[in-house]
Design a protein around this ligand. Structure first.
Ligand SMILES: Nc1ncnc2c1ncn2[C@@H]1O[C@H](COP(=O)(O)OP(=O)(O)OP(=O)(O)O)[C@@H](O)[C@H]1O
Length: 287
């Protein structure tokens, strides 16, 4: 398979795996290219497609995966993933996360698997998209000079104080519900990253998206909600709204940020999320 590696050195531990990626690529006769700015990975992936690459490997976190994967949606090319970001939601969900040798082994001996992708306000997403607190947190985190899980936690604590819940009307396929949403995720895989399971029963190949809206954090619910997030039971928590469907329309009181796999966009009051079934091939471990 003609292969190219696209590395985002700014993501999590990408710098630490770069030498190993270069050595592996040299054995395959594949090129390694580095991103030079945000959103550059998508251009590099388009060039790789134009050059006839059949396997295009994103080396980075969910943001890099989103940029590379977006260019591959609807094409016969396969997305490879070496997860080395701060959260790695999709890589963890698909069993690609771990040591570099684990990820490389999957590139050699895995199989391309068709998965669903989503589109939020016209922007493709592969892992999940969201509004409210999580989009605000993503916007603040992306502005940081240095990243990492601890910085994510400290930025989260500050954002928690600055955000308020919003009264939203959600149309899920044909049914409507009003919710006070502090944060709202529309998930293709089950997790945000770092094994925080926002949609514990979501599957990437079921032709459905899982919407999960959480109430505002208080001194009373913040610990139980956090425990439920990491134990895979958040959909059963009091005040949490969960819906499954192929299309959601969310109407909120005011425009604001939207994230797609952690990438931030400005969006209007009304945001539409929809599924694109089996639209991307990704290299996965053989079941
Ligand atoms: N050369 C670059 N300089 C600055 N930013 C870049 C560069 N290349 C890519 N980026 C941006 O870096 C951001 C972070 O990338 P990515 O999401 O892959 O890593 P992460 O945030 O560490 O991981 P995760 O999303 O899994 O938490 C993305 O928004 C991407 O657009």
């Amino acid at each position: 398979m003609r292969t190219r590696f696209i590395v985002n050195r700014r993501s999590g531990r990408a710098n630490r795996v770069l030498a190993g990626v270069r050595a592996f690529a040299a054995q395959l006769g594949a090129a390694v290219v580095l991103t030079e700015r945000p959103r550059h990975a998508r251009d590099l992936a388009t060039t790789a497609l134009d050059d006839g690459c059949e396997l295009i490997v994103a080396v980075g976190g969910d943001g890099t995966m989103n940029e590379v994967g977006s260019a591959l949606i609807g094409t016969p090319a396969t997305l490879g993933l070496i997860p080395c970001g701060s959260g790695d939601g999709l890589g963890r969900f698909l069993g690609l996360h771990g040591s570099l040798s684990h990820s490389l082994e999957i590139l050699c001996s895995g199989r391309p698997r068709p998965i669903d992708t989503g589109v939020a306000d016209g922007h493709p997403f592969i892992n999940l998209a969201g509004l409210g607190f999580e989009a605000e947190l993503g916007a603040r985190f992306n502005r940081l000079e240095r990243r990492g899980f601890l910085r994510y936690l400290s930025t989260g604590a500050r954002t928690l104080h600055a955000c308020h819940s919003q009264r939203c009307t959600i149309t899920a396929d044909d049914a409507q519900v009003n919710v006070d949403a502090f944060t709202l995720a529309v998930a293709n895989s089950a997790q945000y990253g770092n094994n925080a399971l926002i949609a514990p029963h979501a599957r990437v190949d079921d032709g459905q998206l899982d919407l999960c809206a959480l109430p505002a954090a208080t001194w009373f619910n913040v610990l139980p909600l956090t425990l439920r997030l990491f134990s895979g039971t958040i959909d059963r928590a009091s005040g949490v709204v969960h819906r499954r469907g192929t299309r959601f329309v969310v109407e909120r009181p005011a425009p604001g940020p939207l994230h797609t796999d952690g990438e931030i966009h400005e969006a209007g009051r009304t945001v539409e999320f929809a599924i694109r079934p089996a639209s991307l091939r990704i290299m996965c471990p053989v079941p």
